[in-house]
Design a protein around this ligand. Structure first.
Ligand SMILES: Nc1ncnc2c1ncn2[C@@H]1O[C@H](COP(=O)(O)OP(=O)(O)O)[C@@H](O)[C@H]1O
Ligand SMILES: [Mg+2]
Length: 138
């Protein structure tokens, strides 16, 4: 699936579509340059999933947890990870295999730790506020 949006205001619609595509899949990995809109898109996913608390970038922690009627949602930002072993230290397996939604920014940092199946989302910057969002089930 590939959708072009002209502004961030269209992301809510795309978030619903991506969640439909995901079906039962709860692991989502996000590719895209710094500033492409990964965190912004995750905020929209959280809002479609009716997260009550504010979702922000996990600036001070690698993983943030949000509450939703679908259960806890885990949001990872592995950008500052220096080595994969740091993901073990934070107990990534307990999150990835919990059956709860996991939204993972910078999956490039943990290539060997990704589960077998996930929804892969790629965000390309095509203009000031224009993005092309591709989502594929793997
Ligand atoms: N269509 C769009 N989709 C996502 N973000 C957009 C869009 N248009 C503008 N932006 C802006 O681009 C920035 C994306 O930042 P962020 O979501 O933190 O990126 P990332 O997590 O990929 O580093 C935000 O300031 C956001 O408001
Ligand atoms: Mg981000």
């Amino acid at each position: 699936m590939e959708i072009r949006v002209s502004s961030a205001a269209d992301l809510s619609y795309v978030a619903s579509k991506v969640l439909d595509l995901a079906g039962q899949e709860k692991i989502f990995i996000f590719y895209g340059d710094m500033g492409a809109g990964k965190t912004t898109f995750i905020k929209n996913l959280c809002s479609v999933l009716e997260v009550s608390d504010a979702t922000s970038s996990p600036t001070f922690s690698i993983v943030n947890e949000y509450c939703s009627p679908h259960g806890p949602i885990f949001h990872f930002d592995f950008y500052r990870l220096k080595q994969e072993s740091e993901a073990f230290d934070l107990g990534y397996e307990d999150y990835f295999y919990s059956g709860n939604y996991c939204f993972i920014e910078w999956p490039e940092k943990v290539p060997n730790l990704l589960p077998n199946s996930f929804v892969q989302v790629e965000i390309q910057v095509t203009g000031d506020t224009e993005r092309v969002i591709s989502a594929n089930k793997k």
